[in-house]
Design a protein around this ligand. Structure first.
Ligand code: NAP
Length: 234
C-alpha cells in the first residue's frame, strides 16, 4: 500500500514503540491518530508528530467505540489499525495475584479484541484495511515469571490467526509483529528499570518493520515477523 495519504490509528501511540510507529507513518505522509490514557503525555506526543490525539483506554468498550467514531469523523475512513497499547506484569506463578493478571489481559487481549472488532466492521464494509498487532517474542515461547504477560501475547497471537482466517476473504490484511526486548519506558513503568546497552533494539527498529510490511503491495502480506537483537548482551 501507499502510505502517503493513508489513515492510521495507533493505540498507545504516546510512548515507546507506538510513538515510533506513529511518527514513522506520519513521516511517510499518513494521517495518524494516537491513543493513550495519560492526557498530558498524549497531547505532547501528538503535538511532536502532528497526530490527532484521542484520550482513550483500549480496555473500555465505550472508549474504543468513541475512538473509532472520532477517527472516521476526523479522517473520513481508516486504512490501518495498529494494536500496540500494552502493559507488563512479571511474577512467578505462586505470587501471581488475580488483579494484575486481569489488568494485563484487559489491556493486552480485551483491548486489541475491541479495537480489532470495531476496525474490522469498518474494513469489511470497505472491502479493504490493515490490522497490525504488536505482540512479542514472549508470545512464541514460555519463560519463568511470564504467566500474565507471556500468556497475554500468546492470546493476541492466537486471535491474530483467527482474524486472518475471517478477514482475508474481505481483502483485509492482518499482521503480527513480535519484537524482542526494545529500549522504551515499558520496564520503568513497572518498577524494573531496563539495563541499557548498545546492542538492544530501539523503537525505531520496530517502526521500520511495520512500515516495511505495510508498504508491500496489497496483493500480498507478511503474516508474522519477529525482530531480535543481533548480538544481545544481558
Ligand atoms: N519494550 C519491549 O521490550 C517490548 C517488547 C516486545 C513487545 N512490546 C510490546 O510493545 C507494545 C508497546 O510497548 P512499549 O515498550 O512501547 O511500552 P510503553 O513505552 O510503556 O508504551 C505503552 C503505550 O501504551 C499506552 N497504554 C497502556 N495501557 C493502555 C490502555 N489500557 N489503553 C490505551 N493505551 C494504553 C501507554 O500510554 P498510557 O499509559 O498513557 O495509557 C503508552 O502510550 C506493548 O504491547 C508491549 O507489550 C514491548
Amino acid at each position: 500500500m501507499n502510505l502517503h495519504g493513508a489513515t492510521a490509528l495507533v493505540t498507545g501511540g504516546s510512548s515507546g514503540i507506538g510513538f515510533a510507529i506513529a511518527k514513522t507513518l506520519a513521516d511517510a505522509g499518513a494521517r495518524v491518530a494516537i491513543t493513550g490514557r495519560d492526557q498530558d503525555k498524549l497531547a505532547r506526543a501528538a503535538a511532536t508528530i502532528g497526530a490527532h490525539a484521542i484520550r482513550a483506554d483500549v480496555s473500555v468498550e465505550v472508549d474504543v467505540q468513541r475512538t473509532m467514531a472520532d477517527v472516521t469523523s476526523t479522517f473520513g475512513h481508516l486504512d490501518i489499525l495498529v494494536n500496540n497499547a500494552g502493559i507488563g506484569v512479571f511474577k512467578p506463578l505462586v505470587a501471581q495475584d488475580l488483579e494484575s493478571f486481569t489488568r494485563v489481559f484487559a489491556t493486552n487481549v480485551t483491548g486489541p479484541m475491541l479495537m480489532g472488532r470495531e476496525a474490522a466492521r469498518h474494513f469489511v464494509t470497505r472491502r479493504r484495511g490493515n490490522i497490525v498487532n504488536i505482540a512479542s517474542t514472549a508470545g512464541t515461547r514460555g519463560a519463568p515469571n511470564g504467566t500474565a504477560y507471556y500468556a497475554s501475547k500468546f492470546a493476541l497471537r492466537g486471535m491474530t490467526e483467527c482474524w486472518r482466517g475471517e478477514l482475508r476473504q474481505h481483502n483485509v490484511r492482518v499482521f503480527l509483529i513480535n519484537p524482542s526486548e526494545v529500549l522504551t519506558p515499558f520496564f520503568d513503568n513497572i518498577g524494573t528499570p531496563q539495563a541499557d546497552n548498545p546492542t538492544k533494539l530501539h523503537a525505531e527498529d520496530i517502526a521500520h518493520a511495520v512500515k516495511a510490511v505495510l508498504e508491500m503491495d496489497d496483493r500480498g502480506f507478511t503474516p508474522e515477523l519477529s525482530i531480535f537483537a543481533t548480538n544481545p548482551r544481558d
